[in-house]
Design a protein. Structure first.
Length: 78
């Protein structure tokens, strides 16, 4: 009875392993076959926005003003 269990274990694990190996091979072949078409799947990203000539100090002041306004609104909210 234990011997039959081990036989079933070996057969089952072998089937699973073979399935996984075949699946990896198919995925690799599909990736190689579809590589010429990857440009069709790429998403267009927007160009990064540039600040309108602001310096680092101006950006820091803007961030500080936004933080102060957020704290003020939070404290006055009822």
């Amino acid at each position: 009875m234990i011997g039959d269990g081990f036989k079933l274990l070996i057969v089952g694990m072998t089937c699973v392993m073979m399935f996984l190996v075949i699946m990896v091979i198919v995925i690799e072949l599909a990736a190689k076959g579809l590589k010429p078409f990857t440009h069709l799947l790429e998403e267009k990203t927007a160009a990064p926005r540039k600040t309108a000539g602001k310096t680092a100090a101006q950006n820091q002041r803007s961030l500080a003003a936004a933080a102060v306004a957020a704290v003020h609104l939070h404290r006055n909210k009822k």
